[in-house]
Ligand binder design. Structure first.
Ligand SMILES: [Zn+2]
Ligand SMILES: [Zn+2]
Length: 428
């Protein structure tokens, strides 16, 4: 493994509260040295990082890699390539594959394959119930032993409160976070977007905000009783932010993520029936969008996650009500977040941004990532925070191109991504 010296960057490590100009040396796959100035050694690759951030590789705890079973949408290889192009070095993949990742054998298989096929590190969020049918909890001891970092039925949220309570008890016993997509299906049945003025005008069935908030409240109450760590996925509503704030204040072990698209877009993006603006939870109102920003700024929302959900063009080409939910996000996340931040009246600091996209999500899932500490794995990203670039779906590494940000000018991009000290983006 070649050793590398990154020079003249802005070193950012939320884990150590580090924000300084200087150099970083990677040796033998680990962070070896950090100092205001380091002298190049023989045989070392030197990269000038002037005007760039040097940060721990980004961490995305909500990614759909689609394997096994749906490799026409994405693969471990293409998803991993998209991740490192977006500056991510560790990602957590979701279990709603075909078959779902509900057994230790499948978890081990994905971990072993990802090790060979993906340029970034992959961790598995296993299913919460068998077959993701919301009826019978999985064998959490076996899943944990196989390497699962958390459990979730994401796209198929458990509808029975009784089953959820049992699942939470089981996960709490083995220290597995319960990761939930909060959706009461009796309120969202048949919906393809948010229920509001736009859906009424388009004549589309919408899901009310309560479809999300009813389940946030239910899950938080159950988490309080069972003592599990509850992580709320892709928070999308103002009331949802208020509920997370409330339950945190009660001492409930609750954390939450928000997706870049919910920070930047509203249901107005659906006005032309663009199926690339169809996702679940749906894009909401401007008031929700503003509440989410406040939630991030006030620390109610712990981290940013993409909910990268690739779908093939022929699938997204269907009429709006029947096209599948979801958008790709790995390659646009950083540019979206920095663009969003630049529009805030009181923007977050670079250290806060890196925390939201690396250190906090790594901690929350217990991953060995998100820091530049000496001796840590050299998972590092060099970011140009001022680079303006246009999103051309054709150039995405992801196998799927379903992004509502097509044609947008985003702000900031990964210049170099290293995993265990090896340059994985740009590919050599
Ligand atoms: Zn979801
Ligand atoms: Zn998801």
């Amino acid at each position: 493994m070649s050793n590398c010296l990154l020079k003249n960057g802005r070193l950012l490590d939320p884990a150590q509260g580090l924000d300084m100009r200087g150099d970083l040396r990677m040796r033998g796959g680990r962070i070896a040295e950090i100092a205001p100035s380091l002298t190049p050694e023989a045989g070392e690759t030197v990269i000038d990082c002037a005007d760039c951030w040097i940060a721990p590789g980004l961490v995305d705890i909500h990614v759909h890699l689609r394997e096994p079973g749906q490799s026409h949408k994405e693969t471990l290889q293409t998803g991993g390539a998209a991740a490192v192009a977006g500056g991510f070095t560790s990602i957590c993949c979701m279990p709603n594959t075909d078959p779902p990742l509900d057994s230790p054998t499948l978890v081990r298989e994905i971990l072993a394959r990802a090790e060979r096929e993906s340029p970034c590190k992959v961790y598995v969020v296993a299913a919460l119930t068998q077959g993701m049918r919301g009826e019978v909890p999985c064998d959490y001891h076996a899943l944990k032993h196989a390497g699962a970092v958390a459990c979730s039925d994401d796209a198929f949220p458990v509808q029975s409160a009784e089953v959820m309570r049992r699942a939470m008890r089981g996960c709490a016993a083995y220290g597995l976070p319960v990761v939930t997509h909060c959706e009461d299906k009796t309120l969202s049945e048949g919906a393809s977007m948010h229920a509001g003025a736009v859906s009424a005008r388009l004549g589309l069935k919408g899901a009310p905000a309560s479809a999300e908030t009813v389940h946030i409240a239910r899950n938080a109450l159950l988490a309080g009783e069972t003592g599990c760590h509850l992580h709320i996925q892709h928070l999308s509503t103002a009331f949802g932010v208020a509920l997370v704030r409330f339950f945190k204040a009660q001492g409930t072990r609750i954390t939450a993520e928000v997706s870049p698209h919910h920070l930047l877009l509203t249901d107005a993006a659906c006005a032309e029936f663009d199926t690339d603006a169809k996702m679940n939870p749906p894009l909401r109102t401007e008031a929700d969008r503003i509440a989410l920003a406040e939630g991030v700024q006030q620390g109610v929302i712990d981290c940013i996650a993409t909910d990268h959900a690739p779908h093939a063009p022929f699938e997204k080409a269907q009429p709006f009500p029947v096209a599948p939910f979801g958008i790709v996000g790995l390659e646009t996340a950083l540019g979206c977040v920095l663009l969003w931040n630049s529009q805030l009246p009181d923007p977050l600091t670079p250290l806060q941004i890196v925390n939201l996209m690396s250190t906090a999500p790594a901690r929350l899932m217990g991953l060995p990532a998100g820091t530049l500490e000496i001796g840590a794995p050299a998972d590092v990203v060099v970011i140009d925070p001022r680079l303006r670039w246009n999103v051309d779906p054709c150039t995405l590494r992801s196998k799927s191109k379903n992004t509502p940000f097509k044609g947008w000018e985003l702000l900031g991009k990964a210049r170099y991504t290293f995993v265990d000290g090896a340059l994985v983006y740009p590919a050599s």
